[in-house]
Design a protein around this ligand. Structure first.
Ligand code: MV4
Length: 495
């Protein structure tokens, strides 16, 4: 494979092309009208404009991307995440055009894209699942009986949903029927598929996912877990590897399950198997994501494996050279998603120009981003500016480095989730590891950041008084000591 087209934008386009360069593979970028000055366009060997800013006129134009690929002699297409990455029709069209789709076969994408089909597919492999129905609900009365048997609260899920879309909690039998009606019509309008099923609602789970890697020769390995419980409204904010709660035994057990999920759908490439872990450390299979995930870098850091390189190697048909026994967790990694959102206003979007944009540097810090100073954050796409990733010999070191890197990271213009990161990383529940998917709901409201601000203002006021009184006592040094102090204490909000 001598030329790869990356059918994506932003940080993930950069991420994929970096590895292509290391492998001596030529790269083709695609872009929209909003992205003509984006770094991924300049980083690539060739770049093609797909159309105007909206995704459905640019990054989602599968046929156009294939056409461009044929014209330019592209041999492989990497879809990144989002956009066309889990579109089985696109994967098939790419393959039919004689181009390698760097990802699983259409069949696996399709099976895992339907939660009910996924449950059916993994059935033969003894994978633990949350108690519930494994077929679409057609008879409300029968479903009511099942719900009563399981016990409330229960959760209605859309089979075609994913990442939290199309879910509804039902607290009691009285609201069952109305919630079911809403869930079905919502599923129909959002996904064009009204199939829903029910599960027992696990109220305080941790979200643990396992990274898997499979070749075309039947070899499947796992690269341990990522803990993704720190999220708000299904948008992950902080991820880490490894999880503080998995024992080596539980890790091996969940890893083996994830490998079996991959085997059940004849998986090829990098994929992620999502689990819930309840308070008693029972784990349940939720779904499989058939793409490279946003948070893949934390797995790369603790294993030393370049996941994009492995994706390309197995897409070429090579045998996986890494065996399960070769893999060992080394150190600890954290990822903070830096969104152009204002945590002090309940995470409202905060778009605009990056007036200042200076990256943190130094030991244990990696930034995957797709922006430069002076650029606008387009409103058309995901509001993620960057992923700030830190690595340390242990969790404490990784946290210390993240807090330091957040302070170094200078962004003026849009508000970002950087101060929220500081808040979480200093919170007792996070530091102790005692948290679940309700962390943000339970421990955060916007006034927390304001309190933090007030503390800092008070400190600054005290310092000012101190400096003034000390300069009065010692007038000869007043100029220099105050200058130094002022620059050192220059108030940048939250830092
Ligand atoms: C659940 C659940 C509790 N009980 N299923 C949300 C995303 C989707 N992949 C599945 N999700 C959940 N399924 C049962 N039976 C709680 C969630 C859930 C969640 C899962 C992972 C990460 C964050 C979450 C936040 C809220 C709810």
């Amino acid at each position: 494979m001598k030329k790869i087209l990356v059918a994506n934008r932003g940080e993930i386009a950069m991420r994929v092309m970096r590895t292509c360069k290391e492998m001596g593979i030529k790269t083709v970028a695609v872009y929209s009208g909003a992205d003509r000055n984006a770094p991924h366009v300049f980083y690539a060997d060739e770049a093609v404009c797909l159309g105007p800013a909206p995704s459905n006129q640019s990054y989602l134009l599968g046929d156009k991307i294939i056409e461009v690929s044929k014209e330019l002699g592209v041999e492989g297409i990497h879809p990144g995440y989002g956009f066309l990455s889990e579109n089985a029709g696109f994967a098939k069209a790419v393959t039919d055009a004689g181009i390698t789709f760097i990802g699983p076969k259409p069949h696996a994408i399709e099976l895992m894209g339907s939660k009910l089909a996924a449950k059916e597919t993994v059935k033969a492999y003894n994978i633990p699942m949350v108690p519930g129905t494994d077929e679409a609900i057609t008879d409300i009365e029968a479903a009511k009986k099942i719900a009563e048997g399981i016990g409330f609260p229960i959760l209605i899920k859309a089979s075609a949903g994913g990442g939290g879309k199309g879910m509804r909690v039902v607290e009691n039998i009285e609201e069952f029927e109305s919630q079911m009606d809403r869930a079905i019509s919502e599923a129909l309008s959002s996904f064009g598929d009204g199939s829903v099923f029910i599960e027992k609602f696990v109220t305080s789970p941790r979200h643990i996912e396992i990274q898997v890697l499979a070749d075309t020769h039947g070899n499947v390995i796992h690269l341990f877990e990522r803990e993704c419980s720190i999220q708000r409204r299904h948008q992950k904010v902080i991820e880490e590897a490894p999880s503080v709660v998995l024992t080596p035994e539980l890790r091996a057990e969940m890893g083996a399950c994830a490998v079996n999920v991959a085997k059940s759908c004849d998986y090829v490439g990098a994929g992620t198997v999502e689990f819930l872990l309840d308070e008693n450390k029972n784990f349940y299979f939720l779904e499989m994501n058939t793409r490279l995930q946003v948070e893949h870098p934390v797995s790369e850091l603790i294993t030393g494996v370049d996941l994009v390189r492995q994706q390309i190697l197995v897409a070429r048909g090579e045998v996986l050279k890494i065996q399960q026994e070769d893999l060992k967790i080394q150190g600890h990694a954290l990822e903070l998603r830096v969104y152009a959102e204002d945590p002090s206003t309940g995470f409202l979007p905060s778009i605009g120009k990056l007036l200042t944009y200076q990256l943190p540097k130094g030991i244990g810090v990696r930034v995957d981003d797709g922006f430069r100073e002076g650029m606008d954050i387009p409103i058309y796409y995901d509001p993620m500016i960057a992923k700030l990733i830190t690595y340390g010999k242990d969790r404490e070191e990784a946290i210390g480095r993240m807090l330091r890197a957040i302070k170094e990271y200078q962004i003026d213009g849009p508000s970002t989730t950087l101060p929220f990161g500081t808040y979480v990383l200093q919170h007792d529940a996070f530091v102790s590891g005692d948290f679940d998917t309700n962390f943000v709901k339970n421990h955060f409201d916007p006034t927390k950041l304001n309190q933090y601000d007030e503390q800092e203002a008070q400190l600054a006021a005290q310092l000012a008084i101190f400096l003034q009184s000390s300069s009065q006592q010692n007038p000869s040094q007043s100029g220099s000591s105050t200058d130094v102090a002022q620059s050192k204490w220059k108030l940048r909000k939250y830092n």
